[in-house]
Design a binder for this molecule. Structure first.
Ligand code: SF4
Ligand code: SF4
Length: 372
């Protein structure tokens, strides 16, 4: 089988090992069918994709539902690809996003041994509002405990909704104070943010900005990646990386350019949109991957900020276009179709984030392109 390096060289291969979850977070857009990946599918996927994986640095990512419900499948994947890569032909890393509730000693030892990057879904002070009760203290204990496992690179993802936005600033502050170096801040796009919600968000972001300024002056660090200055030469327009440098495989063996597409299209099978992005079932992909990629990759490539629009304007005509990074699937979650239409309230959030980031950089006297 001939390899098409230009088209198939994933730097990230995501295994959605299950779509089941033991939590029921209010903002979770996933549709759960309690499906689990099986060992033959894992082996077939790795047998095929291993030769194509990006050589320098690539990630095998585990995603759910809650992936640790399928810990046996995760172990099998890690050990099976370890057998293939015993000569370290590829620089393979493992990563996972988890709600943390199933992290027992055996599991943590395994993740430590295989040097996982672990992203904990942790909403700080809002944790028990959108998730399970009595889970906040457990999460803090997990974060403290992880200091004893140097093989695990720990980060957090905190999701805020209009209902929990008033906890945003203090939550991010407390997570940074717990020692998390790269916390991720996510604003849920499942439900609309009203103008009143956006005013609250503005207050919270300003409060967080003041904390980040003080933190920078004390430590020299900017923990939130979205607040860092861009490297001068890397000023370019955001585009969806789906199917370009990443692929995702579902528990039933369906292939997508990114795990978010699999969630989004779960109840839209057979629609015209579905057909534009679906990369086929694994066995069909193995047979026809060149033709499938040639046909579908341009559809993913057409999802870039300059092609998006709102009810009021086109992004290409907006002066913020190089600052905005709108995931088209997230933008479509609140009900629109996946054509790059951005609800006005997401556009307003983007502008708010840009303003606060600009003010932050001004306070610490760095221009947005990185020079002091
Ligand atoms: S823009 Fe969204 S859908 Fe595209 S690769 Fe990024 S996260 Fe996935
Ligand atoms: S601020 Fe709004 S209109 Fe401008 S690029 Fe971003 S989403 Fe598009």
């Amino acid at each position: 089988m001939e390899k098409t390096i230009a088209l198939l060289e994933p730097a990230n291969l995501t295994f959605i090992v299950t779509d089941a979850c033991n939590y029921d977070c209010v903002y979770c857009p996933q549709k759960k069918e309690n499906l689990y990946m099986n060992a033959p599918l894992i082996e077939k996927a790795l047998d095929f994709f291993y030769p194509f994986l990006k050589k320098d640095r690539c990630f095998i990512t585990f995603y759910g539902g809650e992936p640790l419900l399928a810990f046996d499948q995760i172990k099998h994947t890690v050990l099976y690809i370890g057998g293939k890569n015993k000569n370290h032909e590829k620089d393979i890393h493992f990563s996972m996003t988890t709600n943390g509730s199933l992290l027992d000693d055996d599991c943590i030892e395994f993740l430590n041994q295989h040097q996982f990057s672990l992203m904990l879904s942790f909403d700080g002070l809002a944790h028990e509002i959108g998730r399970q009760t009595q889970s906040f203290d457990a999460m803090v204990e997990i974060i403290k405990d992880m200091r004893h496992y140097p093989g695990i690179e720990l980060s957090t993802n905190s999701v805020f909704t209009p209902e929990t936005v008033e906890y945003l600033s203090l939550s991010i502050q407390s997570i940074i104070k717990l020692g998390i170096k790269e916390p991720k801040l996510t604003l849920s796009t499942v439900n609309e943010w009203t103008d009143v919600d956006l005013l609250k968000l503005n207050d919270q972001l300003n409060d967080m900005r003041d904390f980040l300024v003080a933190h920078y002056r004390e430590t020299g660090a900017i923990p939130l990646s979205d607040f860092r200055p861009k490297e001068k030469d890397k000023k370019s327009m955001f585009g969806c990386a789906g199917a370009k440098d990443r692929l995702a495989i579902t528990p039933e063996g369906k292939l997508w350019g990114c795990f978010l597409f699999s969630d989004f299209f779960k109840d839209k099978t057979g629609t015209l949109e579905y057909q534009k992005y679906f990369l086929g079932r694994l066995e069909d992909f193995i047979e026809n991957y060149q033709a499938i990629l040639e046909k579908q990759v341009p559809n993913y490539q057409s999802l870039y900020q300059g092609s998006f629009y709102t009810d009021e304007s086109f992004c290409f005509a907006c002066e913020e276009v190089e600052e905005c990074k709108t995931c088209p699937v997230n933008a479509a979650l609140s009900g629109s179709i996946l054509l790059g239409k951005i609800p006005l309230w997401i556009c307003k959030i983007n502008k708010l984030m840009k303003t606060v980031r600009g003010e932050f950089l001004k306070h610490i006297q760095i221009t947005s392109e990185g020079s002091a």
